[in-house]
Design a protein around this ligand. Sequence first.
Ligand code: CAA
Length: 262
Amino acid sequence: MSETSTPELIQVSTQGRVGIVTLNRPKQLNALNDQLMDELGAALKAFDADDNIGCIVITGSEKAFAAGADISAMAKYNFHEVYKGDYITRNWETIRSIRKPVIAAVAGFALGGGCELAMMCDFIIAADNAKFGQPEIKIGIIPGAGGTQRLPRAVGKAKAMDMVLTGRMMDATEAERAGLVSRVVPLNQLMDETQGAALMICEYSLLSVMAAKESVNRAFEGSLSDGVMFERRLFHALFATADQKEGMDAFLNKRKASFSHS
Ligand code: CAA
């Protein structure tokens, strides 16, 4: 694994064509402040623009993916600052513009904005010690980075209301059962499992990977018929790529495909 840059509150590295961002504010359990979210956004944009990267992983420490937005910073905010400064939208939502797949590798606490950041990723692989929650209600606010919208889409209304209204945590087993995470693995296998998934994605045509991500995301916006039509157009468009010819020829000739991402 090679270090590519060293900002202060995250660590950025690569493994093959996988770009890895590790949240690194251990004393505050990776509480997400403006500096960290600016650094994360810049790292994600750099990986998205890098032709040598095919998939991105965001992770934290063994104790905490992230324990939420930084309460010590938020405690001082007032309405006019957060509204005028577009708090959350300004830098947290950078991740929504990333077109390559982003996987969250979650160990320990993923609470409040930490759970919301994980849900903004394309899928979540959890360690068996992961704990998810939206405890904002306990400090006089509500989730503010999409939690009230993405959690019900992931786990349904009953569990989402339970989590958001009581502030209770969900362990990894419950999170997998409820559909919040795609896989649960022992803590010591979290990064191997996630990098394995990421490296597998990197072997596919980046064009079809990006089209697949864009199309699945359409399932959460608009009607079924619009979503299916969007998928159909992207499906048709992929027949214009060299990678479609290569992938199908490789299958028919019983050899491994070698994609050029074109
Ligand atoms: N913001 C700022 N600091 C935080 C933090 C947060 N979200 N979460 C933890 N910390 C800090 C603690 O203040 C503590 O600092 P000190 O050592 O200086 O006292 C340090 O991290 C370690 O935390 P604890 O001593 O509390 O560790 P613990 O193991 O006893 O408990 C915990 C862990 C259950 C995660 C607990 O820290 C906790 O409840 N944290 C707050 C979780 C929370 O409410 N998150 C939602 C934030 S609001 C939000 O995210 C809004 C949004 O939707 C965008």
